[in-house]
Design a protein around this ligand. Sequence first.
Ligand code: ADP
Ligand code: MG
Length: 162
Amino acid sequence: MMRKEVIKTFSAAETRALGEKLAPLLKPGDVICLNGDLGAGKTAFSQGVARGLGVTDPVTSPTFTLINEYQGRLPLYHFDVYRLGGPEEMEDLGYEEYFYGRGVCLIEWAQLVEDVLPEDRLDITLTRGADLADTRVVELVPAGERYRQLVEELIESVRTGD
Ligand code: ADP
Ligand code: MG
């Protein structure tokens, strides 16, 4: 049984801050999958991760480039596969070099290429809250021991506020 954690954020800044808290816990080869509708906050979360990794370049949605690479404490590979035709095109991108490489992968719209995703990974789904326009429900579902530990550490970090 997988553990699921749910965190609510109430502004884009809070979602960025959550990503920033995840960053110091990340290790080479980690794969973080981001799902949720357009405007859910996938890129905001990614910007926070990048900031936490010490990336100084501005991070934008790689919707047209499909993948952007940044250098921080670890290399960051930021995917947005929304416009991808399907998993075959992931092959053309050479995704394996990234997924099983020395950096961290953040994949926006990951569910669209589910077939090529590693079994062990962290799935993060952002949805709009029903109450206020700026509320987001952030659901964290880890698969595999590494990611269960990662989620535990993140929750601990959120709880203690450091
Ligand atoms: P996505 O990459 O999922 O399409 P973006 O991160 O680009 O989404 O955009 C999220 C939009 O929602 C931004 O305009 C942001 O200001 C707004 N927003 C409002 N509240 C939140 C929140 N709690 N978390 C993230 N974004 C929020
Ligand atoms: Mg985006």
